[in-house]
Design a protein around this ligand. Structure first.
Ligand code: HEM
Length: 280
């Protein structure tokens, strides 16, 4: 292990402890009231998000709709460049109500991946490093083999997922819809992408990213359509996470990510052709 790996290990261990503490506080404190999720004085307070401007030629964007949306609203620099890592941690915490521990954990993973320091800055496109956090079989980007840029969503995938759900009165995307679509993306990737790879860690990253649609957006299809297609935060929107200290890594993984990954694996197995008994 290099010095930087050892440091990262201890930073992560410390963050898990901090996260567990916040998860415990969430259990014993009352939830935030609707209309009060974004802290006072932060962009998006009361559902009033700063002006949306679509990215221009030369702006830096990544494979993450949530981070691109922050740049599109000017919460992070609009050109997506020279973003201090600590500003991204703060913006994820205030805008999406991710806990401070979970925001730091995710951003610090990016810091480690890019071999930087937490006090440095980066451009959004740097997050597109293939098989860093970005991986094959994601839900709204074609695999890097087909789309090396990763900056823009692949609209047919968004339409396919959002129309796969039976539109009931509340129009909510469900965990089973995500699992089924994710299994389909994984099977298709294996069949069509000669460079396809998706190890355990990236399967979990995939399920974590997809789970945010249920947890942060409550699966609300009209809001997801705006968010995923335009990478825009809808007017009046606020995170569905009501916990006082925000969404912890612990609650997120126990509550949703594990369930989504197991359901996806179940669909993967059911898609495999039945093996013929020997001699037939
Ligand atoms: C905190 C720092 C964050 C970092 C460093 C980060 C980074 C990334 C990256 C690199 C991807 C691409 C993965 C892929 O190949 O599919 C991604 C995807 C995604 N992220 Fe983030 N993200 C962050 C925060 C968030 C937040 C706060 C949300 C939701 C509120 C979010 C929602 C998503 C979703 C839905 C995808 C899936 C895109 C797809 O499947 O095509 N991310 N993220």
């Amino acid at each position: 292990m290099t010095r930087s790996n050892i440091l990262f290990f201890f930073e992560t261990l410390y963050t898990f402890t901090w996260d567990a503490l916040l998860a415990a506080i969430n259990l014993v404190t009352p939830s935030l009231k609707p209309g009060h999720i974004v802290p006072k004085g932060s962009p998006g307070e009361g559902g009033k998000w700063p002006e949306y401007i679509a990215p221009k030629e030369g702006d830096s964007r990544c494979a993450c709709p949530a981070l691109n949306a922050l740049a599109n609203h000017g919460i992070l620099p609009r050109n997506g460049r020279n973003i201090p890592f600590k500003d991204m941690t703060h913006a994820c915490h205030t805008s999406y109500n991710f806990s401070s521990s979970f925001s730091y954990l995710t951003v610090n993973y990016a810091v480690h991946m890019l071999k930087r320091n937490y006090n440095d800055s980066f451009d959004l496109e740097e997050l597109n490093q293939h098989n860093g956090i970005e991986h094959d079989a994601s839900l709204f980007r074609q695999d890097a083999h087909f789309d090396p840029s990763q900056a823009k969503p692949h609209i047919p995938y968004i339409n396919e997922l959002l129309s796969s759900s039976v539109e009931d009165s509340s129009s909510l995307l469900k965990l089973e819809d995500l699992a089924q679509f994710s299994a389909k993306r994984r099977s298709e990737g294996k069949a069509s992408n000669p460079e396809f790879s998706l190890g355990f860690l990236h399967r979990i990253f995939g399920s974590s990213n997809s789970s945010t649609l249920l947890v942060t957006f409550g699966g609300h299809i009209p809001a997801l359509r705006t968010f995923l297609t335009e990478e825009r935060i809808p007017d009046g929107w606020e995170s569905s996470v009501r916990s006082r200290k925000g969404l912890t890594f612990a609650a997120f993984n126990i509550g949703t990510v594990n369930k989504l990954e197991s359901a996806t694996e179940k669909y993967m197995k059911s898609e495999k052709p039945e093996e013929k008994p020997e001699g037939k």
